[in-house]
Design a protein around this ligand. Structure first.
Ligand code: NAD
Ligand code: DAU
Length: 365
């Protein structure tokens, strides 16, 4: 049985991962550690927390507390999601990224080494799985082949540089101390609980309220999109069958320009509104409520500094070694995502109007 410490699981991907594990491996014990930064939200774990799955409000930089958790709960598996994750914020304020992504990962590695290896409280099979990003590989032109695990690191933003740095720290703990580590580098995720500063949820919510859809530069930048549950599936496979010391790329083989994806979301929303008086009543400011096309909101704005042009993932290794195959096609995943946002306005309204943060701050006293 696994006793897991999952960091950052009040955030988007971590929460979806915990939900996935609770469904697929109901015997696993899970301790979630999350600092509940602006991006963390305890409601992301509503319905899954109980005696077997607990949330601890703590910072991974608190090494002593991390050690105590590892001892108290006889943790044998760490899945490390906690990070500052938004590229734009890393451009305006890199400090938090260095603190959370580099120092935080180092703190967690130190705690794991102390408890698992120095105090030898590690069960023979322990695992430190580090969740990383394809952004560490830098940027591609249209002609370049997709990123493989052999592609040289060339991070371009403070975010990706901090993630690259954490990947190297994890690697070094395997090579130097023999810690049983794995790393996965994944492309852009989308799905439920995605914080509405990122492109897909931002566009959905702005359309509903008739707000401008900011497109950086010419909108031709390309991302590879993967439904978040398929990221959870990939991590689970790496945990179960991945070779210790290895890295695995995870992706959807699903490249889209930003402008195409924004147009697609607009047209899906327009279709929903055409057949639903209820939606038209609920969101009167949406262009579709006035018989207009939602993509009329598209507004080209100044490009992101250092904006990577294209990401693409070569998934050959995880496919051939671990049998990985994404289950949710983009056509299905984007509709499911739209459904989720339309059905869960309580979640995003509390995020947008600040009432969730106020609730959290009042708990902290
Ligand atoms: P997110 O911003 O939604 O969530 C991050 C979580 O980490 C939040 O709950 C936050 O409170 C927590 N956190 C931050 N600093 C912490 C600290 N010092 N101690 C404890 N908790 C802390 O991010 P996400 O999109 O869910 O990304 C999760 C991980 O996956 C990150 O490591 C990110 O680099 C990686 N990743 C993300 C994507 C993507 O498309 N979003 C793709 C590939 C990899
Ligand atoms: O590739 C994996 C990465 O994907 C993760 O490591 C990051 O944590 C995650 O945030 C994501 O990074 P991106 O920068 O690709 O995601 P974002 O949603 O911020 O932007 C997607 C694309 O859309 C990017 O080319 C920038 C563009 N964009 C974004 C926003 C928020 C816009 O044109 N307008 C916007 O308002």
């Amino acid at each position: 049985m696994r006793s897991m410490l999952v960091t950052g699981a009040a955030g988007f991907i971590g929460a979806n991962f915990v939900r996935y594990v609770r469904e697929q491996h109901p015997d696993d014990k899970i301790i979630v550690v999350d600092a509940l930064t602006y991006a963390g939200n305890r409601h992301n774990l509503d319905g899954v927390l109980d005696d077997q799955c607990q949330l601890m409000h703590a910072d991974i930089n608190d090494t002593d507390y991390m050690k105590q958790l590892l001892r108290d709960h006889k943790i044998n598996t760490i899945v490390h999601f906690a990070a500052e994750s938004h590229v734009d914020r890393s451009i305006t304020g890199p400090d938090a990224f260095i603190e959370a992504n580099i120092m935080g990962t180092y703190s967690l590695l130190k705690a794991a080494r102390q408890v698992w290896q120095i105090e030898e409280q590690a069960p023979e099979d322990h695992r430190f799985h580090h969740v990383s990003t394809d952004e560490v590989y830098g940027t591609l032109s249209m002609q370049d082949p997709a990123f493989t695990e052999e592609t040289a690191y060339a991070p371009n933003s403070p975010y990706s540089a901090s993630k690259a740095s954490s990947d190297f720290l994890v690697r070094s703990y395997h090579h130097t101390y023999g810690m049983q580590v794995t790393t996965s580098n994944c492309s852009n995720n989308y799905g439920p609980y995605h914080f509405p500063e990122k492109l897909i949820p931002l566009v959905i919510l702005n359309v509903l309220y008739g707000k401008a859809l900011p497109i950086y530069g010419d909108g031709k930048n390309i991302r590879d999109w993967l439904y978040v549950e398929d990221h959870a599936l990939g991590i689970d496979l790496v945990l179960q069958k991945g070779r210790v010391g290895e890295t695995y790329n995870i992706g959807g083989c699903n490249e889209w320009t930003n402008i195409d994806i924004v147009n697609l979301i607009c047209s899906l929303i327009d279709k929903r509104f055409e057949t639903s008086q209820d939606l038209r009543n609920t969101y009167p400011e949406c262009p579709a409520s006035q018989g207009e096309a939602s993509n009329s909101l598209i507004t080209y704005v100044t490009d992101r500094a250092g904006h990577d042009f294209r990401y693409a993932i070569d998934t050959h290794k995880i496919q051939s070694e671990l049998g990985y195959e994404p289950k949710v096609t983009f056509e299905v995943g984007i509709e499911k995502t739209l459904d989720w946002y339309l059905e869960n306005s309580d979640w995003w309204q509390a995020v947008l109007d600040g009432s969730y943060r106020a609730e959290e701050l009042s708990k902290a006293g």
